[in-house]
Design a protein around this ligand. Structure first.
Ligand SMILES: [Zn+2]
Length: 357
């Protein structure tokens, strides 16, 4: 069975059908934003499987970064379909699946949401302010965010080598993904306030978890790392006892922790969840599945963002930018899809096993 869907609406209807088939309790939350298909709407959908009073819960979320949702959705669908077709959930365990946290980005083939927000930079804690940017960002703004439609003929590689020469690769790596709160049309914008997605989670997430006192949350992403492989990022330092516990259960896969990262992003979902649910044992793991090189991914993000702000829908380069964005986050390659699906499903099952240990 092919678990990958070509677009958000197909993914959502397949997901809801599967949730109904296996007795999942479904809740849908609408996002107010432009919709690419008439008479349709955009929703974050939650399906909860298993005992509502379970003391343990595995949360599997997808699509925080829009287009990546078509990958995460496939893993969620296959995990539920393959597991529940043969096994029953242990009575003390629930699976909470959150389908496409950024439905706007998924539907429009963007990484960002309806307000151009990178949702994994929007989850600031209550004492933090939506302001600031890494100092190098304003110098890079011209390179990253040209005020013109994208062009396939642009010598992107030369330009990026120029920027690397001027600012250094490590400056680029430590500047770009950190998040910025000052350039609303720019890449990696964290927003000026809590997003619709954050508000929905703040209001309802607690009820999805029910009675669970121990939670493992796997948040599925793609686009960073080597082709077909994955890395797990926990919001912990390697000397923490929780880190040791997780490392034993997820094997060598828990490769990096907060201290070892080349950059420390602000406003991540993981840190927010762990703060929000500090009253229980809550382990958040971000799983990143690799696709193409960082430069190709950056090129695609930059082109799509230009198309979004400055392109016209009739322009062929608009279509190219959208197609390329989808390709760098959810490659068409059958080989890639088989590998990541297999690994993604095993990762989710490892989460189920960890909670039973
Ligand atoms: Zn992502």
């Amino acid at each position: 069975m092919n678990y990958f869907s070509p677009d958000y609406f197909t993914a959502r209807s397949r997901w809801i059908a599967a949730a109904e088939r296996y007795g999942g309790r479904i809740e849908s939350y609408e996002i107010t934003a432009a919709v690419p298909v008439k008479e349709q709407n955009l929703t974050i959908d939650v399906a909860i499987f298993g005992n509502a009073n379970a003391s343990k819960a595995l949360v599997i979320s997808s699509g925080l970064h829009g287009a990546e949702g078509l990958f995460g959705s496939a893993v969620q669908l296959a995990t539920i379909d393959r597991y529940l077709a043969t096994d029953r959930l242990p009575s003390d365990l629930a699976i909470v699946t959150i389908h496409t946290l950024n439905p706007f980005g998924c539907a429009w083939h963007r990484r960002w949401n309806e307000d151009n927000i990178d949702l994994n930079r929007n989850f600031l804690l209550t004492d933090e302010v939506y302001a600031g940017a890494p100092s190098a960002y304003s110098s890079l703004d011209g390179f990253l965010n040209p005020r013109s439609a994208p062009s396939r003929l642009e010598p992107f590689l030369l330009k990026s080598l120029g920027a690397i020469g001027r600012y250094g690769m490590s400056a680029l790596k430590s500047t770009l993904p950190v998040g910025q709160y000052e350039f609303p049309q720019g890449l990696f914008f964290g927003g000026k306030a809590a997003s619709q997605t954050q508000k929905i989670l703040a209001t309802h997430f607690r009820s999805w978890l029910g009675a669970a006192q121990q939670v493992i949350h796997l948040d599925l992403h793609s686009g960073l790392g080597k082709w077909g492989t994955y890395q797990l990022f926990a919001e912990l330092t390697s000397d923490s006892p929780r880190y040791q516990w997780l490392a034993e259960r997820f094997g060598d896969l828990l490769t990096l922790d907060a201290e070892d990262r080349v950059y420390q992003p602000r406003g991540t979902l993981g840190r927010w969840c762990q703060a929000e649910f500090a009253d229980r044992r809550y382990d958040f793991i971000l799983a990143e599945f690799g696709t193409y090189s960082m430069l190709r991914v950056l090129k695609a993000l930059r082109a799509e963002n230009r198309a979004h702000w400055w392109g016209s829908p009739a322009d062929r380069s608009n279509d190219w930018a959208k197609e390329e964005l989808l390709e760098v986050f959810v490659p068409q390659s059958q080989q890639w899809r088989e590998i990541v699906l297999d690994r993604g499903v095993k990762l989710c099952w490892a989460g189920i096993n960890a909670l039973q240990s």
